[in-house]
Design a protein around this ligand. Structure first.
Ligand code: DOR
Ligand code: ZN
Ligand code: ZN
Length: 366
């Protein structure tokens, strides 16, 4: 067995469901899934119950993560219609502001163009504003960012016209960044029958083969890969009103590696999208003494029931995967080895971007 050593991966987009829906996932199970997948740092989305939109809800999430997370983590703050000033005041404590311009899971949603503009005007220029925006809302977000000077990051780009628009913006020198998910790079709506109709619900929806090909043809425009790990239970996914979302942390790396095996990307370009670019875009500090070991040729079959995520299912059920994480070392400690998560709950640290807040935390941690 040959293994390669890579930096710990960063997933800039996960939903670990705490607080509010720990029957789907919590910081313990979600960060175990992260380590099993080779991720040493995850950035957690704010569409919780209650949504993370102010100091109190952020503090509650922080307390849960501090007690339970096994890998390092950062938080997004959610943009609401009535928290523009509050959000800006909390910017130093989070990795970015998340704005939901289209309908997805949970009530956090910005319908009014005026709300988007107000947030863009108040949110600190150098901090990213990450948007869930689809179709024409991507065009709206790009223009508002241009007019206000906001740093825009477009989540989970899924369609040919969207990636084409972002490419045009970049060709003009606009600083917009974006990410793509493994499911939009590997699945299309034609896979829904095999996955199951309820299970295949996800936002943005699975697209068509042309869209998938366009993403693959524009990997140079895609700054980050992000799982959008969005666990829901099988009972929920197979029920009458299936919520959108896929677990993704434990199948991501072999799929990313498949892009390398297919010759679409070099290994260095993969590491740029899973480590260096997320770090640069979200202003994350380096994780010292942290790496993963991967057997790039190990073959295995994806099985939801064998996974660490509490959801215990995967849209890639039965897929033959190539490439497996054998070890994860996080800040000098063996955190995962050959199927076993060794890092205990509470050993993960928050990766704050603000020096002052960082030194506060260090003092607190003794
Ligand atoms: O499919 C999705 N599920 N898309 C999102 O944007 C949210 C996510 C969730 O939280 O379940
Ligand atoms: Zn989203
Ligand atoms: Zn998401």
């Amino acid at each position: 067995m040959t293994t390669i050593r890579l930096p710990g991966l960063i997933d800039p987009h996960v939903h670990l469901r705490e607080p509010g829906a720990v029957h789907k996932e919590d910081f313990d199970s979600g960060t175990a899934a992260a380590l099993a997948g080779g991720f040493t740092c995850v950035l957690d989305m704010p569409n919780n119950q209650p949504p993370i939109t102010d100091a109190a809800t952020l503090a509650a999430k922080r307390a849960a993560a501090r007690a339970k997370a096994r890998c390092d983590y950062g938080f997004y703050l959610g943009a609401g219609t009535d928290n523009v000033a509050t959000a800006a005041g909390l910017a130093a404590q989070v990795v970015g502001l998340k704005l939901y311009l289209d309908q997805t899971y949970g009530p956090l949603r910005l319908d009014a163009l005026s709300s988007l503009i107000e947030h863009a005007e108040r949110w600190p220029r150098e901090r990213p504003m990450a948007v869930h925006a689809e179709g024409r809302n991507i065009a709206a977000a790009i223009l508002v960012a241009q007019l206000t000077g906001a740093r825009l990051h477009i989540c989970h780009v899924s369609r040919a016209d969207e990636i084409d628009l972002i490419r045009r913006a970049r060709d003009r020198g606009l600083e917009v960044t974006c990410e793509a998910t493994p499911h939009h790079l590997f699945l299309t709506a034609a896979d829904a029958a095999a996955i199951g109709a309820g299970r295949a619900e996800v936002r943005p929806r699975l697209a068509d083969a042309r869209d998938r090909a366009a993403l693959r043809a524009h990997l140079a425009v895609i700054d980050c890969f992000a799982t959008d790990h969005a666990p829901h239970t099988l009972a929920e996914k197979d029920g009458d009103n299936p919520p959108p979302g896929f677990p993704g942390l434990e199948t991501a790396l072999p799929l990313y590696l498949a892009l390398v095996h297919e010759g679409l990307l070099t290994l260095d370009e993969l590491i740029a999208r899973t480590v260096h670019n997320p770090r640069r875009i979200f202003g994350l500090p380096a994780q010292l003494d942290t790496w993963i070991e991967v057997d790039p040729d190990a073959e295995w079959v994806a099985r939801g029931e064998a996974m660490c995520t509490r959801a215990r299912w995967t849209p890639f059920e039965g897929w033959r995967m190539r490439g497996r994480v054998t070890r994860v070392v996080l800040r000098g400690q063996l955190a995962y080895e050959n199927g076993k998560v060794l890092a205990p709950p509470g050993s993960g640290r928050e990766v704050l971007t603000n020096q002052e807040t960082n030194s506060h935390q260090e003092k607190e941690n003794g």
